[in-house]
Write a protein that binds this ligand. Structure first.
Ligand SMILES: [Zn+2]
Length: 66
């Protein structure tokens, strides 16, 4: 069995992995929609953040130029 690679959400703007889930609207969260992720570093908010392998973080940041 191949090892399952660990994934992490990463900010597409600044490359930070310090990403949290937006819980400011509990009603929406309860319905499982309008759930946003936000970057704690640059405050970027989006419905979908890219999810990449831990080992690809530096490559991702290099592509961003950060
Ligand atoms: Zn960011």
């Amino acid at each position: 069995m191949p090892k399952k690679e660990k994934l992490t959400k990463i900010c597409p703007k600044c490359g930070s992995t310090n990403v949290s889930t937006e819980f400011s609207n509990p009603a929406n969260v309860a319905y499982g929609n309008a759930l946003n992720y936000f970057c704690n570093k640059c405050d970027y908010i989006a419905k979908v953040f890219p999810e990449i392998k831990i080992k690809d973080i530096s490559k991702f940041r290099k592509n961003l130029g950060v």
